[in-house]
Design a binder for this molecule. Structure first.
Ligand code: NAD
Ligand code: UD1
Length: 333
């Protein structure tokens, strides 16, 4: 298939582009570069050993999208473009709704005009909200607790209604758990702007000395060691999840939801210890109070993706830490 990736130069988009292209699909990348750099295109080309097509455009520009979908003869779209910082979504709700919800309406409109009906949407486990039970399965009630999460749920609802409006639509919403890690080459990886908020990029920057120490947000949770636990998923496993999802949805209509997670969770201390092994560095740390809004523990029920997509994760926490470390060293070189 010829697949358009919106947000294609971003963290998950760039890794997904490599996996899709390596599996024989043709990829076209689109990004407005608000949270990624143009040199990612050359890095992807270096890994793949071939040229790829890139458009600098905004997903809210419906006319530009229609032109790209038609000119490039696109068969399917993976919609990753969006703003993703939970804290910022409280400060800038209009920007978040305009980009995440408005951008998705614009894309769906363009696809309708251009006759493209296959869509994979980047959603998030954050749509579930406070766990009524664990692991979260796809039937768990949705009740997001922040504007970013509400954006994701609203887009899922739009796509559900769109698929109901006509049998032609083939849509999957992928609910990612906690993506971490990098491509094994060390050429691409997560490149957060400013001081990162998420655990793995903070740990990586402490290891290189760019940040002085890791603040651990609480060690009094009811977990194996008192620290928060999450379902970390290697970004290359996630990329393979997109490949299986797009190949499956191309043959199935309707709107479908899949958790993409490993089905298990790790504590902050487990991740730090694994990162110390991978890097040979000591991570200075300090326990401070809990971060507002944090949950003690959550993880995916990943059986549906295994049953229907024949997908499951194959990389472990050590792979996640090693690849992150390789990328972190490479980008400082
Ligand atoms: P990212 O910021 O690295 O990538 C998103 C890309 O979209 C960036 O390159 C950015 O420049 C681009 N973009 C933003 N707004 C745009 C617009 N209006 N038009 C065109 N391009 C635009 O983030 P990521 O981690 O790769 O996330 C990709 C998707 O996955 C996002 O939708 C995010 O919400 C979702 N997601 C991410 C995580 C995570 O932890 N990384 C977890 C769950 C869901
Ligand atoms: C955050 C987002 C979530 C998003 C996910 C993407 C919030 C409230 N939630 O989730 O919507 O889908 O990122 O990966 O922002 N930790 C520390 N010190 C740090 C950073 C984190 O102790 O400096 C702990 C946290 O308390 C948590 C764990 O590490 O227990 C993971 O945190 P993080 O990487 O921010 O992910 P989430 O909180 O799951």
């Amino acid at each position: 298939m010829r697949i358009l990736l919106t947000g294609g130069t971003g963290y998950i988009g760039s890794h997904t582009a490599i996996t899709l292209s390596s599996a024989g699909h043709e990829v076209v990348l689109l990004d407005n570069l608000c949270n990624s750099q143009i040199d990612v295109v050359a890095r992807i080309e270096k890994i793949l050993g071939k040229k790829i097509v890139f458009y600098q455009a905004d997903v809210r520009d419906t006319d530009a999208l229609i032109a790209i979908l038609q000119t490039e003869k696109i068969d399917a779209v993976i919609h990753l473009a969006g703003l993703k910082a939970v804290g910022e979504s409280w400060q800038k709700p209009i920007d978040y709704y305009a980009c995440n919800v408005g951008g998705s309406i614009s894309l769906a409109s363009a696809m309708k005009v251009a006759g493209v009906r296959i869509l994979v949407f980047s959603s998030s486990a954050t749509v579930y909200g406070d766990p009524k039970y664990l692991p979260y399965d796809e039937e768990h009630p949705t009740s997001p607790t922040n504007p970013y999460g509400r954006n994701k749920l609203q887009v899922e609802q739009l796509l559900h209604d769109l698929a109901n409006s006509s049998d032609e639509w083939c849509i999957t919403c992928l609910r990612y758990f906690n993506p971490v890690g990098a491509h094994e080459s060390g050429l691409i990886g997560e490149n957060p702007n400013g001081i990162p908020n998420n655990l793995m990029p903070v740990v990586a920057q402490v290891a290189t000395g760019r940040l002085p120490l890791l603040n651990i947000y609480g060690n009094d949770y009811e977990t194996i060691d008192g620290t928060g636990m999450r379902d970390y998923i290697h970004v290359m496993d996630l990329a393979e999840g997109h490949l299986t999802a797009i190949e499956w949805i191309a043959k199935n209509n309707g709107c479908h939801y899949f958790n993409l997670g490993s089905g298990t969770s790790h504590s902050v201390l487990e991740l730090v210890s694994e990162f110390e092994k991978a890097s040979g560095k000591t991570i200075p740390r300090k326990v401070i109070s809990r971060r507002e809004g944090d949950l003690p523990n959550y993880y995916a029920q990943a059986d549906k993706a295994l049953r229907l997509l024949h997908w499951k994760t194959s990389r472990n926490l050590s792979d996640m830490c090693e690849s992150t470390w390789r990328w972190e060293q490479q980008r400082l070189a």
